[in-house]
Design a protein. Structure first.
Length: 95
């Protein structure tokens, strides 16, 4: 099972509306009660890219290799990838 699948399963279990994974920061679920951290440690950008490449279509993988923003559907979710001044930001919402 892909790492992102495990995270998305947990997202459903807690009833989160969205998942945000900023590189180098602690990822969190957005819930009606507020933000809920999903790890105790930050996830490095290289790991986040690996999680995405594991599940993304090949054309999206090429954009990720070039560190370009992109968006794709994954199951019942929309995955948005942005590269900001502080690094990679992944947002996942229900499609």
């Amino acid at each position: 099972m892909a790492t992102l699948d495990k995270i998305l399963a947990a997202m459903g279990q807690v009833g989160a509306d969205a998942l945000e994974m900023p590189a180098g920061e602690i990822p969190f679920f957005r819930t009606a009660e507020g933000n809920r951290p999903i790890t105790k440690a930050p996830i490095p950008q290289a790991n986040l890219l690996a999680y995405l490449k594991e599940v993304s279509p090949s054309d999206i993988g090429a954009l990720l290799d070039e560190l370009r923003p992109c968006r794709f559907l994954y199951g019942e979710h929309t995955v948005a990838v942005d590269f900001t001044a502080s690094g990679l930001l992944v947002r996942v919402t229900r499609a």
